[in-house]
Unconditional design. Structure first.
Length: 191
């Protein structure tokens, strides 16, 4: 893995939010899916957290309707952003060490959206050390568009032969896993 991307470890991230502005809108869910490598790329473990909206940040009704997130669901077991990031960063750092990589690189579908929210969360929680590169990403919108002619995650996945469950879409864990499948399949086809 360390030779594939200049010691960068690809880690798929999906974030569900209370709006589109990373400065003013809350993170509601975050998931990472690790990528494994042994002669080919494969989907590793997924870790996720429901997030308690950061105090003072917006959560629009439209976002809740779109994502289907019920902030008051009794089984939601939400944690604060800082706790979630610490837990996820611990998993990323273990994986990074396993593959002798120096830094993680965020893989996402519309990756700069997720990276923007991640970077703002780091600032507001005063987290100084992130495993992620601060601005470089691998974006499956671009990769998928070039490889399949499609840019919507469901369509890219279907073009690559994956079943896409619309009822599960916009769950951070599901979207992260589908994005990881897309990323691995394309990389394995071209390498």
């Amino acid at each position: 893995m360390k030779e594939k991307f200049r010691k960068f470890l690809p880690v798929v991230v999906d974030i569900e939010t209370g709006g589109f502005n990373p400065v003013t809108d809350a993170i509601l869910e975050i998931a990472i899916t690790l990528i494994d490598y042994d002669k080919s790329f494969s989907v590793g473990k997924t870790f996720r957290h429901h997030i308690t909206p950061f105090k003072g940040l917006n959560v629009s009704d439209e976002s809740l309707e779109f994502t289907g997130i019920n902030l008051n669901h009794p089984l939601r077991n939400a944690v604060d952003e800082k706790e979630a990031l610490k837990s996820l960063f611990d998993e990323i750092n273990k994986h990074k060490n396993k593959y002798e990589c120096s830094r993680a690189i965020l893989v996402g579908h519309n990756a700069h959206f997720d990276l923007g929210f991640l970077n703002e969360s780091l600032k507001r929680n005063n987290i100084k050390k992130s495993p992620f590169h601060p601005f470089s990403v691998f974006d499956t919108v671009s990769i998928g568009g070039i490889f399949t002619g499609q840019t919507v995650l469901a369509r890219v996945a279907q073009e690559l032969g994956f079943e896409y469950e619309n009822d599960l879409a916009h769950s951070a864990a599901y979207d992260s896993e589908i994005t990881a499948k897309v990323f691995c399949k394309i990389l394995n086809e071209i390498s």
